[in-house]
Write a protein that binds this ligand. Structure first.
Ligand code: ZN
Length: 274
């Protein structure tokens, strides 16, 4: 699953290529938007909100206010496999055309959203309908560590492994960071939030890890970008712990919101069950 830093980078690339540009053509290949056309709209900005990507569109100017169109937001969530690619006009796509869900064209670029599971177009003033449920964004202008802490403490029985992926508590942590944060803080993923020592430090660590990785293409939590092991535990099941040599274990933890199970890696020695 793309994490906050991945969405942040995708957003920055799209913003750089499209902001200020007029859309010359649009092609929505999702049933709900099949007849929608936003040609003539100008891309005002592209911003991340947790793992959600918001592209804000300014309507074409009109002399008669009675015909004025609302500003729109194209909302997309990358979920597991979604991604936005940028191409020069006429450049061959690197992915199969049948997996494209949205194609937006300006004079200089073509932005193609592939395998995006959720695409919505809504008035910008109603954005909160799609992102209003999110907690403070680790990489957003609204980041608020105290609010994240208050949200976490609101449900002390919840397992910390579930809580970290709950975007309503704070937005931006995905599977990879969850495992890494818990390893670095020596916390077992099934520990109840109320039993976790040093919650403020855990939140501070989550923030720091996302910030230092936001402009990197390779995610590093060990501080060793050039080694074979940029991560402490994620994806390393049954390999030796980089700190103590114990074999790394794997837990499947259901999501608090959807119930879908996600892998969580841990070192049973460094992170003993409470
Ligand atoms: Zn260990």
């Amino acid at each position: 699953m793309p994490e906050g830093d991945t969405v942040y980078r995708a957003t920055a690339r799209l913003h750089q290529a499209l902001a200020g540009e007029i859309l010359l053509a649009s092609d929505f290949r999702v049933p709900a938007l099949a007849t929608v056309d936003v040609a003539g709209y100008t891309v005002r900005e592209v911003v991340p909100r947790g793992k959600h990507l918001l592209m804000r569109l300014q309507p074409p100017a009109t002399a008669n206010p009675a015909f004025a169109q609302p500003a729109l937001t194209l909302h997309s969530h990358l979920l597991m496999d979604g991604r936005w690619d940028l191409y020069a006009p006429g450049e061959r796509w690197k992915r199969p055309a049948h997996t494209a869900r949205v194609v937006l064209e300006t004079a200089n670029a073509k932005a193609v959203g592939f395998e995006i599971a959720q695409v919505k177009l809504l008035p910008t003033e109603q954005e909160s309908e799609v992102v209003g449920h999110l907690g403070p964004d680790l990489l957003g202008p609204d980041w608020d560590a105290q609010r994240a802490l208050d949200n976490l403490r609101a449900d002390p029985q919840l397992g910390i492994g579930q809580a970290l992926l709950d975007q309503r508590i704070m937005a931006g942590v995905g599977n990879v960071y969850r495992s890494e944060i818990l390893f670095l803080r020596r916390v077992h993923p099934l520990t109840a939030v109320g039993e976790v020592a040093g919650l403020p430090a855990l939140i501070e660590l989550a923030h720091r890890l996302l910030v230092v990785n936001k402009d990197r293409s390779r995610r590093v939590t060990t501080g060793q970008p050039r080694t074979r092991d940029p991560l402490w535990v994620y994806g390393r099941a049954s390999k030796p712990c980089l700190r103590c040599g114990t074999r790394i274990g794997l837990l499947r933890i259901p999501s608090a919101s959807t119930g879908a199970e996600r892998d969580c890696y841990l070192c049973p020695s460094c992170q003993p069950a409470a």
